[in-house]
Write a protein that binds this ligand. Structure first.
Ligand code: SF4
Length: 335
């Protein structure tokens, strides 16, 4: 290991946060934690991870879990396709790998929901193989350290950083991999890096050239698509709430209140009517906004009474509502 790697490993061993997945090298647990950590901060993940591995402690438990229970365990983490892929992959692991997690990049990358970063992280953290895992934190730290002025969202930039780091590691690397990620998560923040306490500041190009405000460079993201929704919290005459289980990719497996993409309330009521949902009376409550990665929903929410004649919808007693995994966009309305 060279000076750069040694500094990171030494710093990490003294300064790392105490996170539950750092107490294990069981590949199943590392895989679950890495998937949860995609797009979500470590402190947010902790209670979800603990609850999940208590409920589903092995790959066999995950492979046979009911979808509703899985989504309930995932509720609040968002990006539900991650949970769906976890289960699909668990089934593959049971069928093809006797319930073990593969220990080669070639086998890992074939599994659903496991991309370059997750495969490399599992190899490095669970199997102690000299593998370089480059996530958003590592991209930020390394682009600043090396003074890279190319767009960090480009694959070429990521490959360049990966190649550079590969030249630095030749022995078991868990502390190096996690150390680099930890610097990104706790010191080298997007807007205010705390360079004075950074273990690699001496040779950091951005710090030494006063360029931390300009690097990493990223070209402007495309605008998100905006959608206006009429959203209905409807009860039948017995006081049961109307929900629909989603089957499209975005929120597959989760429940939503009936909703119509329109600015016009009358049009939305007619659309529900054509689906066998007759709205008997209605009060508007409030408007809500929910932001997805590429999409924004502006929801006008209405409370009301209805009669239903459509088997694709479910009517749920008040006491049973917590058992139904709701999409976050509607969960906050419920609150
Ligand atoms: S010195 Fe500052 S900019 Fe450079 S890696 Fe450390 S925290 Fe990031």
């Amino acid at each position: 290991m060279n000076h750069f790697s040694n500094n990171i490993i030494k710093w990490f061993e003294l300064n790392q946060r105490d996170l539950p997945w750092r107490h294990t090298n069981i590949p199943y647990l590392i895989w679950i934690s890495e998937v949860m950590l995609q797009q979500t901060q470590a402190v947010t993940v902790i209670p979800y991870y603990e609850r999940f591995i208590k409920a589903l402690p092995t790959v066999y438990d995950l492979a046979k879990v009911e979808d509703d229970r899985l989504y309930k365990l995932w509720e609040g983490l968002g990006y539900y396709s991650r949970a769906k892929n976890l289960k699909e992959t668990a089934l593959t692991l049971v069928e093809k790998y006797q319930g073990t997690i593969p220990n080669t990049y070639e086998d890992l990358i074939k599994l659903k929901g496991i991309g370059d970063y997750t495969a490399s992280a599992i190899l490095s953290i669970a199997y102690q193989k000299p593998s370089v895992a480059v996530d958003g934190n590592v991209l930020r730290v390394m682009s600043r350290y090396l003074g890279i002025k190319e767009d960090i969202s480009l694959l070429e930039t990521k490959n360049y950083i990966k190649h550079h780091l590969s030249g630095l590691i030749n022995q078991p690397t868990r502390s190096f991999t996690e150390g680099l990620i930890e610097i990104g998560a706790t010191i080298c923040s997007k807007t205010k890096p705390n360079c004075l306490i950074c273990p690699i500041k001496d040779n950091c190009f951005a710090y030494n050239n006063n360029l931390t405000g300009l690097i990493p460079y990223r070209s402007k993201a495309k605008d998100k698509k905006e959608m206006i929704m009429q959203t209905f919290i409807l009860k039948d005459l017995k006081g049961r709430t109307l929900l629909k289980r989603q089957t499209e990719t975005l929120l597959n497996g989760l429940y939503l209140y009936p909703q119509v993409n329109s600015e016009n309330l009358n049009y939305a009521i007619d659309a529900l009517d054509s689906l066998g949902i007759q709205v008997l009376n209605l009060n508007k409550t409030k408007s809500y906004k929910h932001v997805f990665t590429h999409l924004v929903w502006h929801m006008d929410v209405h409370f009301g009474i209805c009669e239903v004649n459509n088997d694709e919808y479910v009517l749920v007693e008040e006491k049973d509502l917590p058992l139904y995994p709701m999409a976050s966009a509607h969960k906050k309305i419920k609150k």
